[in-house]
Design a protein around this ligand. Structure first.
Ligand code: HEM
Length: 139
């Protein structure tokens, strides 16, 4: 007899739509306030930026890459010159955002695992060996 109870998704666990809304605006605020990242997003129209934050968080919460997404991510980020350090900084802003919303480290680790496999599609410049992110799930 199939059961109707399903495992809660990461979306549910984080607190659903209100938590996502709070996370998107805090995440965005942190990225544009970061002098290393702001230049990437300067002049990008607001609707594209909103889609960006949404896509980022969706990837994080889904924990898997749908077919075709990897190629799309490679295409939209090609030529932007994003380094491993830039990628780490964006991920660390996501971690800091979730910590500010009092999400547990265990859940943050699971969320970060959805983003890490996309690194190779986004990053165009080799790693800086001195750049480290404090959050272990990002390594
Ligand atoms: C897993 C991580 C990421 C995902 C899932 C992601 C997703 C996306 C998507 C879907 C778009 C297209 C938005 C649209 O026009 O509809 C986009 C554009 C963009 N992304 Fe990302 N992104 C990621 C990481 C990053 C990082 C680390 C940076 C910079 C440090 C970055 C900078 C940008 C910029 C500047 C654009 C706009 C390009 C343009 O329209 O001219 N992204 N991203």
């Amino acid at each position: 007899m199939p059961t109707t109870t399903t495992e809660p998704t990461l979306f549910d666990l984080i607190g659903g739509a209100p938590a996502i809304e709070a996370a998107v605006s805090e995440f965005y605020r942190r990225i544009v306030a970061d002098p290393q990242l702001a230049a990437f997003f300067e002049g990008v129209p607001m609707d594209r930026l909103a889609r960006h934050q949404g896509a980022f968080l969706t990837a994080a919460l889904r924990g898997e890459t749908p077919p075709g997404a990897a190629a799309m991510l490679r295409r939209v980020h090609a030529g932007l010159g994003i380094s491993d350090t830039d990628f780490d900084r964006v991920c660390c802003h996501l971690v800091a955002t979730l910590q500010s919303l009092v999400v547990s480290d265990d859940l943050i680790g699971r969320i970060a695992s959805g983003i890490v496999p996309l690194r190779s599609e986004i990053v165009a410049i080799a790693a800086d060996p001195d750049a480290t992110c404090a959050f272990p799930a990002l390594r």
